[in-house]
Design a protein around this ligand. Structure first.
Ligand SMILES: NC(=O)c1ccc[n+]([C@@H]2O[C@H](COP(=O)([O-])OP(=O)(O)OC[C@H]3O[C@@H](n4cnc5c(N)ncnc54)[C@H](OP(=O)(O)O)[C@@H]3O)[C@@H](O)[C@H]2O)c1
Length: 303
């Protein structure tokens, strides 16, 4: 029985269809990438969330594990790391570990502004850049739309000043979709981060087509519905036919179902376990599934 890592390496070796990410190391495995409509750059399709998992403060053992996890993420061609001032010490932990391991140039930092008021927003973003040890970052997002009308003009100024490369908004709940529809129609954005998974499919009906129409890249958050998807299949064996669609685990099936949507630029599963990270990264290797395959994957998962 091959180990998961051996399987991953084998998969990578066979994945001639995968496109090399521009940020990926020449000798590293090559994940599939999708275009950021704002400027045509490509991004690896599986990233990394940090909510809860990176909020470890000064715990040395936890930091050691997360440092190894980040190195492995980069080895496997991962780019997007998503954080927020809402996630406790996560931004600081990411900033410290990435700096110690000299990984910064290989990564795409996404964080958020999560407060009310213009001055408070600016102060919080300055603090985030300090924590991330980065004078500029790739993506600043307005967390859960909080005070977005005030923050958006500031994000535009920061983008013009090249302190951020892209700007965007985030949410995790369908209750916000009506407002997001209005924003997508009226405000130029680079990124929308939204919940999209087999358990929560409504964004594909209401938001993803609008994002594609307006040239907005999409980051799918809560790709496992915060773990709830695993509970739904806990008594079931993965159907053998899943292998025909590049899936060797339920996690890969859940992620490849998301990545089958052409409007999705990247999904950001969260885990502090290296074997889960490897499992998740394998979902983004090789040719991605299309619409018909997405339906087949949903049927296999019982949706
Ligand atoms: N409004 C917003 O902006 C917003 C809202 C929510 C989330 N987010 C972002 O989205 C990220 C992801 O969402 P999330 O953290 O809520 O949850 P998630 O990624 O949907 O699910 C995380 C759960 O899945 C498990 N898991 C991960 N990989 C696995 C694997 N290969 N096999 C089995 N179990 C696996 C994890 O357990 P283990 O730890 O045991 O692996 C954990 O219980 C967040 O971290 C955050 O960055 C943003």
């Amino acid at each position: 029985m091959p180990s998961r890592r051996n399987f991953l390496q084998h998969t990578i070796a066979l994945s001639g269809l995968a496109m090399m990410s521009p940020l990926a190391h020449a000798a590293a495995p090559s994940p599939a990438t999708r275009i950021i409509p704002a400027d045509g750059r490509r991004l690896a399709v599986v990233g990394l969330g940090t909510w809860q998992t990176f909020d470890v403060g000064t715990n040395a053992a936890a930091r050691d594990n997360l440092g190894k996890l980040l190195s492995r993420f980069v080895e496997l061609g991962g780019e997007v790391i998503d954080s927020s001032p809402m996630y406790g010490s996560s931004e600081s932990v990411v900033g410290d570990l990435v700096s110690e391991r000299k990984l910064r140039e290989r990564l795409f930092f996404a964080t958020k502004v999560w407060t009310s008021g213009k001055a408070a927003g600016i102060a919080q973003m300055e603090e985030s850049l300090r924590r991330l040890k980065s004078p500029r970052i790739e993506l600043m997002q307005i967390h859960n739309l909080q005070d977005w009308k005030l923050h958006l003009p500031v994000l535009r100024e920061w983008k013009a000043a090249e302190r951020i490369r892209y700007l965007g908004i985030t949410h995790y709940s369908r209750g916000a979709y009506a407002e997001i529809e209005d924003i997508l129609r009226t405000e130029p954005l680079d990124f929308l981060q939204i919940n999209y998974s087999l358990a929560e499919q409504e964004s594909a009906r209401r938001l993803l087509p609008l994002a594609a129409e307006h040239g907005v890249a999409v980051i799918a958050n809560q790709p496992f519905a915060a773990g709830a998807l695993f509970s739904r299949v806990k008594d079931r064996t993965l159907p053998a036919a899943a292998a025909d669609h590049g899936c060797r685990s339920w996690a890969q099936l859940f992620l490849r179902w998301i990545l089958a949507h052409s409007a999705v630029t990247c999904a950001i599963p969260a885990s502090n376990r290296i074997e889960h990270l490897e499992d998740n990264m394998a979902a983004g290797m090789g040719a991605l599934p299309g619409f018909e395959e997405q339906k087949a994957l949903a049927r296999m998962a019982g949706f």
